[in-house]
Design a protein around this ligand. Structure first.
Ligand SMILES: CC(C)(COP(=O)(O)OP(=O)(O)OC[C@H]1O[C@@H](n2cnc3c(N)ncnc32)[C@H](O)[C@@H]1OP(=O)(O)O)[C@@H](O)C(=O)NCCC(=O)NCCS
Length: 169
């Protein structure tokens, strides 16, 4: 995602999150941390064949902890696997940012998104009461424990036994 994507992203944001859409300034602020030395954000857009915005997603990393900040797909593309592709991209960056775990919040009534996250190995760990305002809707907090990087020693080294989390669900 670059600055010129912000207007179409905002339009989709307002459709998909009518009660608590991010502002233009929030996207500008996130993108400011997505490039250059010390970048700790990943913001990505997906375009349809006709060049129109089909979806977007954003991720923040700090101190080994990752956070899926947003993921959104235009309704006409729902169920095509785009949500999964966007999440796969973010989790690839979680590895690059050397995150050991990734957290996210999702509305308790958003079962479609929860199913997507579960397929990738996210598990519920608690609630944030009244997280979404207005409406006073609780957030379910979900966590993915990242598989440790294979030990230096060459390709094919086996994963540590009992390691959790899967990038591809
Ligand atoms: C949540 C969201 C991002 C999911 O996006 P999506 O593109 O529909 O996600 P996917 O297509 O990867 O997966 C959704 C379903 O399509 C199915 N699917 C995936 N690839 C498919 C394919 N090629 N053909 C048919 N179905 C497919 C999946 O199995 C999944 O089914 P399920 O609902 O039974 O689990 C999207 O619904 C959205 O933007 N919602 C509004 C915003 C939102 O709630 N964001 C999350 C905030 S926490």
């Amino acid at each position: 995602m670059r600055w010129w994507d912000i207007e179409p992203v905002l339009a989709l944001e307002r459709v998909l999150f009518p009660e608590d859409a991010w502002s233009r300034g929030m996207f500008w602020s996130e993108l400011a941390h997505a490039r250059g030395a010390g970048a700790n954000r990943r913001y990505v857009v997906a375009e349809a064949e006709d060049g129109r915005l089909a979806g977007y997603a954003g991720f923040a990393a700090s101190g080994g902890l990752g956070d899926v900040q947003t993921i959104a797909v235009d309704r006409e593309h729902w169920g095509t696997g785009l949500g999964a592709r966007l999440l796969t991209d973010l989790l690839g960056w979680a590895t690059r940012f050397e995150c050991t775990e990734v957290l996210l919040e999702v509305r308790v009534d958003n079962h479609r998104a929860q199913r997507l996250y579960e397929r990738f190995g996210f598990a519920p760990i608690g609630f944030r009461r009244g997280y979404y305002q207005p409406g006073n809707v609780d957030a379910l907090v979900m966590r993915l424990t990242m598989a440790p990087a294979p030990p230096a020693g060459g390709p094919g080294a086996p994963a540590a036994p009992g390691s959790q989390g899967s990038l591809h669900g």
